[in-house]
Structure formats: C-alpha cells, structure tokens
Design a protein around this ligand. Structure first.
Ligand code: CP
Length: 313
C-alpha cells in the first residue's frame, strides 16, 4: 500500500502495524520531541484547502522529526485563485520533487483522485465529511496506550456524526479492532444507515453513558450545515454536553476524548476537558506519532514498489 486514503479498507493487521510503529517511533523520539534521520533526503508537501491547526502542524512536525523536508501549500495566496485545478496544482507541487502529498479538501474522494493522478504517496488529511484516517489512528493509539487493547471495549462517538470524517474513520477502525461502537447523537445528525450496517445507534447520551469505556466527543460542524441547524447549541448542550453532573454516571476509569477543535460549553465543559479523565492533549501528541508511522511505512512501501518496477523493466 503506497497511499493512506481511509481506514475502511484497512485490515486489522495493517492497523496494528501502523499503531505498533507509531508506538516505537514515539519512544525513539522521546515522546515525539527528538529528531531522527530515517527519512532524510525525502520531502513532504502539505496541500491544505481547508483550515487546520492539529493535522497540518503535526504532519509537518512528523516529517521533520524523521529528518524529511516539508513544503507548505495553502489555497489562499496561491495560483488556485487564477483558476488552476486541484489536480494541476498537486502535479505542479509533485514536479518539485516531493515523496508524499498530504491533502485536506472539502470534497470527498479528492485524495483518491490524487492517488490516481500522482506518482508519489498520497495521505488523506480529511476529505469533506468522508474520512480522516490519521485522526482515527491517533484515537486508536491513545485508547490502546491506556487500555492495552481495543478488543471488547465499548466506545461511543457522540455528536454530529453526519458531518464528521473523524467519526467515520473511528467507526471503521474501532470495528476492525474488535471494539463495540455506539453511534450517539440527535436523529438529525445520525443517519439510520448505521443501524442497517449493524452498529448500535443511540439518541440519548444518558442512557448509554454508564456502559461506555471511552467517549469521543465531536464538534457540531456548523460550517457544513446549510439549513438552520437543529438542535440549537443550547438544546445540544443540554442533551449531549459532557459535564460534571454526567461524569457522575460514567465508569470510574472512563476516557474522555475529543478530536478538536473543541467548543467549550457545547459538547464538553471546561472541568471535563481539563479534568483527570481527559486525554485530549495526549491525542495531539499521538497525532505526530501516527503521522511519523504513516510517512515511514508508506515510504518503505514506495521504495519496494519502485525497485520492483525497475527490476521488471
Ligand atoms: N482534529 C483535526 O483534524 O483538527 P484540525 O482541523 O485542527 O486539523
């Protein structure tokens, strides 16, 4: 595999290798802080057509921690404003000699398009509401570090499932690794398709909370809701916000996660976000670990692919 486009198509074995290598690289870089030279001479291009704080900076740091160079591309201030297509922009950046293109775009399927058009490795950093595979991996790694294994855990994804690429990558990754997944949110933001696919769907957080080992609290993505959003922020917070009162119904060792950015007072209150059960900032550090792992493993696969092609030429 030379591209990381989604978690839906990955096997449990592939996910385990990505997580194992991430753990080893986290240790070797002393918590993702020290620099190694495993990928020196290689170049990673970040092509971001949507805003990002965590994903963009951690891909950039992951490449640098392994000794690679980086190129940063944002759509504002670039020649896309002059009418250049997404594919032509990506090919132009690739022609500068890059080994990986990391892409975030509002349209589902754009990384798959690049994987067909480009010769280098492509990594999906979020394609509209479809998938965000490295976010899914960092969430899995964080749970595994705390619980040893994902098998048999009950993990609830709570909130705006309809618009969440993080939810989709978590759902497929958790299922593959043997976790019981609960998809919880307002009926307007949870498709009935999930139940048809065999997942547990819930609309009341209070009913499922006592059974959960992990809660992953998603932001309502107002920017992707074109009609008047329902429920309102006030209604959403009353029904779904994880707060100090709800924490009393939860298991003693529950893990509280959020992909970020968090909206304090909407899906999570400050005392929970900053409390002893929260692993939100560990998730951020693990983002560098899984991105180092993905860059490293794809680079090795690409080297094998290229040497195989040369041998058969
Ligand atoms: N979780 C996540 O994707 O955050 P950013 O949008 O800041 O990258």
């Amino acid at each position: 595999r030379r591209h990381l486009l989604d978690l839906e198509s990955l096997s449990a074995e592939e996910i385990t290798i990505l997580l194992d290598v991430a753990s080893r690289l986290k240790e070797a870089t002393e918590g993702c802080r020290r620099k190694l030279s495993l990928l020196s001479g290689k170049t990673c291009a970040n092509l971001f057509f949507e805003n990002s704080t965590r994903t963009r900076n951690s891909f950039s740091l992951a490449a640098k921690r392994l000794g690679a160079d980086t190129v940063e591309f944002g759509s504002s201030g670039s020649s896309t404003a002059k009418g250049e297509t997404f594919a032509d922009t990506a090919k132009t950046i690739e022609a500068m000699g890059v080994d990986w293109v990391v892409t975030r775009h509002g349209t589902p399927g754009t990384p798959n398009l690049l994987a067909r058009e480009l010769g280098c490795c492509v990594l999906n950093a979020g394609d509209g509401p479809h998938e965000h595979p490295t976010q899914g991996l960092l969430d899995l790694l964080t749970i595994r570090q705390h619980r040893g294994s994902l098998d048999g855990l009950t993990v609830a994804l709570v909130g705006d499932i309809a618009h969440s690429r993080t939810a989709r990558s978590n759902i497929w990754g958790l299922k593959r690794m043997g976790a019981h997944v609960i998809i919880c949110g307002p009926p307007t933001l949870v498709s009935p398709r999930w139940q048809e696919l065999g997942f547990e769907v819930a609309h009341h957080l209070d009913e499922i909370l006592p059974r959960c080992d992990v809660l992953n609290l998603l932001r309502i993505q107002f920017e992707r809701q074109h009609a008047r959003p329902f429920p309102s922020v006030r209604e959403y917070a009353a029904l779904y916000a994880m707060n100090a009162v709800r924490m009393r119904q939860a298991k003693e060792n529950i893990l509280i996660m959020a992909p970020g950015p968090i909206n304090r007072g909407v899906e999570i209150t400050p005392e929970v976000a900053d409390g002893p059960h929260s692993v939100i900032l560990e998730q951020v550090t693990n983002g560098i670990a899984v991105r180092m792992s993905a860059l490293y493993l794809l680079s090795a696969a690409d080297d094998r692919y290229r040497s195989g092609n040369q041998a058969s030429a």
